[in-house]
Design a protein around this ligand. Structure first.
Ligand SMILES: [Ca+2]
Ligand SMILES: [Ca+2]
Length: 296
């Protein structure tokens, strides 16, 4: 080896020595398998940071502990029904908890919605009348139709034929004090009002009278009256026309019919307890309410 060659090797050695002393990665620490290149750590996948000291958190659910059966999805807990909160840690108040609807009832916001025919807080009661229809205004109770007067049959479907109807009382609501000519019904005092009842122009009854009937009073004929009720037989028979005529009673002399009267029938009635007879256009303003008792 010539001197020249020795010098070249020496110089090369010195160059390498100084190069290695000035290595930029010499004091650089790279963690987690990172490799220093030119003073910088090159990190393996899943790590980052100047020294590869941080792990990439690919799984946002790593530290999410969902409770009560909750399932983490993308860092958020999906909670089962009945639980809420970040970690499903809170129980939701359910007003239907402990509400046991019976007979097919369904709890809705704490209240049982019952199927048809069932009632009660828990649908525990069956309405025996649910599927029963009572006709003619009959009312069902405990599965049995109670029929109004004049109707019969399981479902009140049968219309009875009245034997008679009694006019038990006559309530006189309004009347004129004079007859059609303007003459007072009673010369010296208020009229002594009573009624005669005719059936197809044949008299069938006479009421007792109210002495000195006052239009301002509620005049009722019939209470404690010995010739009441006035009985109308077969009131619904065909072509039955009733007439009620008004009179002023004159003690010891012949009475005057003074307000005329009204015709009526029971054809279009059911079996009412009262029948109002009034014509607002009539000059005498006579308005009477008949209180009836039907006999079957
Ligand atoms: Ca009188
Ligand atoms: Ca009189």
């Amino acid at each position: 080896m010539s001197i020249n060659t020795k010098q070249i090797f020496l110089q090369l050695f010195i160059l390498i020595f100084f190069y290695s002393c000035s290595d930029k990665c010499k004091d650089k620490a790279c963690f987690n398998g990172g490799v220093c290149v030119d003073e910088k750590c090159e990190c393996p996948p899943d790590y980052y940071g100047t020294e590869c000291q941080y792990k990439v958190n690919n799984d946002l659910c790593d530290d999410v502990n969902c409770q009560n059966g909750g399932v983490c999805d993308d860092g958020t807990c999906d909670c089962p029904e009945g639980y809420t909160g970040t970690y499903c840690q809170n129980e939701v108040y359910d007003p239907c908890d402990g509400v046991n609807c019976q007979n097919g009832g369904v709890c809705n916001d704490g209240t049982c919605d019952c199927p048809n025919g069932y009632t009660g807080t828990y649908c525990q009661n069956y309405d025996e009348c649910y599927s029963i229809t009572c006709y003619n205004n009959g009312t069902c109770y405990n599965g049995i139709c109670n029929c109004p007067e004049g109707y019969a049959g399981t479902y009140c479907q049968d219309i009875q034929t009245p034997i008679s109807v009694k006019i038990e009382r006559i309530e006189v609501e309004s009347f004129s004090l004079t007859d059609e000519s303007g003459n007072p019904a009673d010369e010296s005092s208020l009229p002594d009002l009573y009624f005669r009842v005719l059936r197809n122009d044949i008299e069938i009854g006479v009421s007792c009278y109210i002495e000195n009937a006052n239009p301002n009073d509620n005049n009722i004929i019939g209470i404690g009256c010995p010739i009441m009720p006035i009985i109308i037989d077969s009131p619904k028979a065909n072509n039955t026309v009733i007439k009620i005529r008004s009179y002023d009673y004159d003690f010891g002399s012949s009475d005057d019919e003074y307000l005329g009267g009204y015709f009526f029938d029971f054809d279009n009635d059911n079996f009412p307890e009262t029948k109002t007879i009034y014509n607002p256009a009539a000059w005498h303003n006579l308005k009477v309410i008949l209180h009836l008792d039907w006999v079957f």
